[in-house]
Ligand binder design. Structure first.
Ligand code: SF4
Length: 702
């Protein structure tokens, strides 16, 4: 933490995972610069990353533990707060069993925090009721990868986006949500204008400005579009027969499912409501171009058919053998800084650490033996939406929420408010004193934030990077892993005597190679990183797992037991809730360029508010006329689940029948602007990921 020495760390926002150099200047200010040595960004930062220094002051920080006494949160010692948490959890477990308690954590956590939280719940409490807000952004990609590849693996790397002759961006406003990656694509497009960029998105976003083709699909019809592509590839004889025969299984079944509705591109164009010539031109270009990367994000994942959407994309890459080679492959763009690291330690309620499976007895035994833990969760826990329903139903009686703000970010967010109001024990660990969720806490625990905490994160291309501390802990804030260990120890659990993030990483890395053979062979492993001493861990340079490999599956060997990839039949199905006379518009939600999540950090940087200053409802001018609302005035959006209010804008990118509202604003920073309260709580049946992109709503004057 020496002043005026640049500390290399990693940006805490999106899944690009850019390297940052942070320098404490003599006057106390923090100078932020891109790390030219980090392979993700080579010295560049987007506007959010550049403004990190403005988000670090003590203002609005939670600085001391608080415990609710007689209905009021009052300052408490750490000792008293930890006793209250440990005693409360212990009493509920003793009275109602391990499944009566839960943790709800976050893709903002460092891998080390995530590891300890999962060990605590799955190996010691003995319940898998630990889910994460990553459920809301990428669990469909996880499920799709596992079905196709046998393991949750991103096959490629960022360089593939530069080596490709065609980049297809599906459900991704990359220009705003993964800006540095988009800049890399833009630079290639400038030097090789013949590189084709196709954007598939219901909205005309900033990303479309660079696109050769924009296919504004009807919301929810992506599976039809990619099933249609699979049929077209077969009809045109573009299937890579050798690859399919030697390295995959199930093409015939996938084709049969695709043929039902999607064998005629004209019919597909009609269903997807896109121009038939443009669709056919896309199919032709895909068929004719070997080096294609199809990158997808929340527009694909956040859907009641999100996992099928992912597999319909992967099917097209498997059919053409375009995977694991330079410049080609399906590519999941993760939303959060450490959604990938969370997956590595079993961060979802249906996973175990080290990419092992919770419902596999052999895998459970492996993890329990390694942990030497007294018990092991033996069935998947509750996924996010089900978890908050179980809390409201009184089945889950205690929840510990760490580094996330579900009162704003969950679908049907008013249900979350009702659930927390009924919950016997609500513990909240956060950096912010003003998170909406704090108001429901029985115990509030101050956490370290970016610049103060130490550990690792993994970005979208499987690259592990260090987040390093360069600031002292403010007030009495402590690291999340440290607090979890304290609570575990007070509950009588051994195995939580970690004294540093390095000790946790060491255990995590050793577990990743433990019994990694035979039936349990998996690609995820940290061989080579499992014997780092403190100095080596501190100096750890960004690197991809496993063993620095940029691409996987290039040899045609996948992670299923027979080594073959699987085509997954994806019979298309419409979003669960359709618009009707009462709710005639389709609500789509997403990010704006300069804000992050619920603004507890980016909201502190004045310059980030210059881009979009307040919540808005973007709709087509003709719909504004139809529903008697006016640009610049406030309007209310209502669904069967809730309502919100914001100012009407005509952004120019929205089609008739749709509205778009950003996810960032909440009761803490605006009035009645929580779009989460409006979103339907429908989830994908495989992944449990909510349908944030398709809620029937109506709009009216406020
Ligand atoms: Fe941070 Fe993402 Fe911007 Fe990079 S692109 S600086 S990781 S927000």
């Amino acid at each position: 933490m020496t002043s005026c020495t640049a500390v290399k760390t990693t940006c805490p926002y999106c899944g690009v995972g850019c390297g940052v150099e942070a320098t404490r200047l003599p006057d106390g200010a923090i100078r932020i610069a891109g790390d030219s040595g980090h392979p993700a960004n080579l010295g560049k930062l987007c506007v959010k990353g550049s403004a990190l220094g403005d988000t670090l002051g003590p203002e609005k920080r939670l600085l001391q533990p608080q415990v609710r006494v007689d209905g009021t949160l009052q300052r408490a010692s750490w000792d008293a707060a930890l006793d209250k948490v440990a005693g409360g959890l212990r009493a509920i477990i003793d009275a109602h069993g391990p499944d009566a308690v839960a943790l709800y954590v976050s893709g903002q956590l460092l891998t080390e925090d995530y590891y300890v939280a999962n060990k605590f719940m799955k190996g010691y409490v003995g319940s898998a009721n630990i889910d994460t807000n990553s459920r809301l952004c990428m669990s469909s990609a996880v499920a799709g990868h596992k079905r196709a590849f046998g393991e949750d693996i991103v096959p490629g790397c960022y360089e593939d986006l530069e080596l490709a002759d065609m980049v297809v961006l599906v459900g991704s406003n990359t220009a705003w949500c993964h800006p540095i990656l988009f800049q890399r694509i833009a630079r290639i497009k400038e030097s090789r204008p013949e590189m084709k960029l196709v954007v598939i998105d219901p909205r005309r976003t900033a990303t479309c400005e660079l696109a050769d083709v924009h296919l504004p699909v009807k919301p929810g019809t992506d599976v039809w579009l990619f099933n249609g592509l699979l049929c077209y590839l077969a009809q045109e004889g573009v299937i890579d027969d050798a690859f399919v025969t030697q390295h995959s299984a199930g093409l015939d079944a996938a084709l049969a499912a695709a043929h039902v509705d999607c064998s005629d591109p004209l019919q597909v164009a009609k269903i997807c409501k896109v121009d038939a010539h443009a669709l056919l031109a896309f199919y032709q270009a895909f068929a004719a171009t070997r080096k294609v990367v199809t990158a997808f994000s929340q527009g694909v994942n956040q859907s009641s058919s999100g996992t099928d959407k992912v597999n319909s994309i992967i099917n097209c890459h498997l059919a053409t053998g375009r995977i694991g080679q330079p410049g080609m492959g399906p590519f999941s763009l993760t939303g959060q800084p450490n959604a990938m690291g969370g997956r590595e330690v079993g961060g979802l309620a249906n996973m175990l650490a080290a990419h092992l499976e919770l419902d596999n007895p052999l895998h459970r035994d492996t993890v329990q033996t390694f942990w030497d833990s007294p018990r092991m969760a033996h069935k998947p826990g509750l996924k996010a939406v089900d978890l908050f329903h179980a809390i409201e139903a009184g089945k889950v009686k205690a929840v510990w929420i760490i580094a996330t703000n579900p009162l704003v970010s969950m679908p049907d967010a008013d249900q979350v408010r009702r659930a927390l109001a009924k919950c016997e024990l609500v513990v909240v660990s956060d950096i912010s004193a003003e998170s909406d969720t704090n108001a429901h806490a029985d115990v509030l625990l101050p956490a370290l934030g970016w610049g103060e905490k130490d550990g690792t994160v993994t970005n979208s291309e499987r690259r592990i990077s260090r987040q390093r501390a360069f600031l002292p802990a403010p007030g009495e804030a402590r690291a999340d892993w440290d607090v979890l260990c304290e609570v575990a120890t007070r509950m009588g659990y051994a195995g939580f005597d970690f004294t540093s993030p390095q000790a946790i990483f060491d255990e995590h890395a050793r577990l990743s190679t433990f019994r990694n053979v035979g039936e349990q062979a998996r690609l995820f492993n940290l061989a080579g990183l499992d014997k780092l001493d403190a100095a080596q861990y501190d100096a750890l340079a960004p690197q991809q797992w496993p063993q620095g490999r940029a691409r996987l599956f290039g040899d045609g060997r996948f992670a299923h037991a027979d080594g073959r990839a699987r085509f997954v039949p994806t019979p298309p199905r419409a979003p669960r809730n359709a618009p009707d006379a009462e709710y005639p518009l389709i609500l789509n939600t997403g990010r704006v360029r300069d804000q992050w999540h619920t603004m507890t950090r980016t909201g502190k940087a004045a310059k980030l508010s210059g881009h979009v200053a307040e919540a808005f409802i973007d709709l087509h001018p003709q719909d504004a006329l139809l529903y008697s609302v006016r640009e610049g005035e406030l309007a209310r959006i209502s669904s069967a689940w809730g309502a919100m209010v914001a100012r009407v804008v005509h952004g120019g990118g929205i089609a008739r029948g749709q509205v778009f509202v950003p996810i960032h604003w909440s009761d803490a920073n605006a009035s009645d602007a929580r779009v989460g309260a409006v979103v339907n709580p429908v989830v994908d049946p495989v992944s449990g990921e909510p349908e944030f992109k398709h809620t029937p709503v109506r709009i009216e004057q406020f």
